[in-house]
Design a protein around this ligand. Sequence first.
Ligand code: ZN
Length: 68
Amino acid sequence: MTSPTTTTQVATPIPVSQLLPWAGFALLMAALLAYFVGVEGGVSSLVNGPFIHELTHDGRHLLGFPCH
Ligand SMILES: [Zn+2]
């Protein structure tokens, strides 16, 4: 009778050199999201019209960004 073998799964660490581009991309996306939610509209508007401002308006108030 053989004893059941157990397999151990060892997580392979991700090298920092492969992680940095994704971290930079995530930081860029977070900065863009913070911009569009926080300050898009008015003088600093990148998109003409009130669409982005109105789309993110509730989130702006929820996160405490100054609005009106
Ligand atoms: Zn508002």
